[in-house]
Ligand binder design. Structure first.
Ligand SMILES: [Zn+2]
Length: 246
């Protein structure tokens, strides 16, 4: 049963990253979230069990990046696997020089055609702001899925006609190089240094930061911020500023 608007409003006002949504955006997000829960499989494993409002919160987080893109942006995958806490992948990882590492516990994972795997405890931890760097594991994994829409995790999602792919590659590559340089020189970074792993991780980390701490991303990488406003067709910083004025 869809929640009444009081339940939905309370859910949105409890979490800062929904701040400043207009009534129209709030309604659109609610409809998207309900559609998401209807169309995607939510497999709760290892004892995870969300109540109705937690399910709706998870769906609202997953749908925030596609608020202006629509659920079609997720049409290439359908399953979310939810663990109560961190989970350990079954396979060992082999690094670039061939050394085998035993699997480490993870908070989230995305596969090109699904599933998306999440730790509910870490979803809640991120919402509480309990992090060293701005983080939201749900939005991070959803950005991977958007990135993978064309079949590869390469840091470039399906771009609308208005965005020049060459400009995208230039801006994101320059930001990735700058981040790696800062990390190599042990300089402070507002962005999780994990973003330096690859263009795919940079896009996912930039994407979560765009929604969670837009002021930091805009200040640190204005070109990347600008492209993300065009891609997501949202400007979270302008939204927060307008909400504070209003
Ligand atoms: Zn990632």
């Amino acid at each position: 049963m869809p929640p009444d608007s009081g339940v939905w409003r309370a859910l949105l006002t409890r979490h800062e990253l929904f701040a400043g949504l207009t009534d129209g955006q709030s309604l659109a997000l609610r409809q998207l979230a309900e559609l998401f829960l209807h169309e995607k499989n939510l497999e709760q494993v290892a004892g995870a069990r969300l109540n109705e409002s937690q399910r709706l919160l998870l769906a609202a987080l997953a749908c925030l990046p596609i608020l202006e893109l629509g659920l079609d942006a997720y049409d290439h995958w359908e399953t979310v696997i939810l663990y109560p806490g961190k989970f350990t992948p079954g396979q060992s990882e082999v690094d670039e020089v061939g050394v085998v590492h035993p699997p480490k516990p993870r908070v989230g994972e995305a596969w090109p055609h699904g599933p998306v795997i999440l730790s509910w405890r870490d979803v809640e931890r991120d919402l509480a702001g309990d992090w060293d760097y701005p983080m939201n594991v749900v939005i991070h994994e959803m950005c991977h899925q958007l990135d993978g829409h064309r079949g590869a995790f390469d840091g470039m999602p399906a771009l609308p006609a208005g965005i020049d792919p060459a400009l995208w590659i230039r801006e994101f590559s320059a930001a990735l190089v700058a981040l790696r340089r800062a990390v190599d020189h042990h300089q402070e970074s507002f962005l999780d240094p994990y973003a330096g792993e690859s263009p795919a991780e940079f896009f996912a980390v930039a994407g979560e930061t765009f929604f969670v701490a837009p002021e930091l991303l805009k200040e640190g990488y204005p070109g990347v911020y600008q492209l993300l406003t065009q891609y997501f067709r949202q400007d979270p910083l302008a939204r927060i500023d307008a909400g504070e004025l209003g």
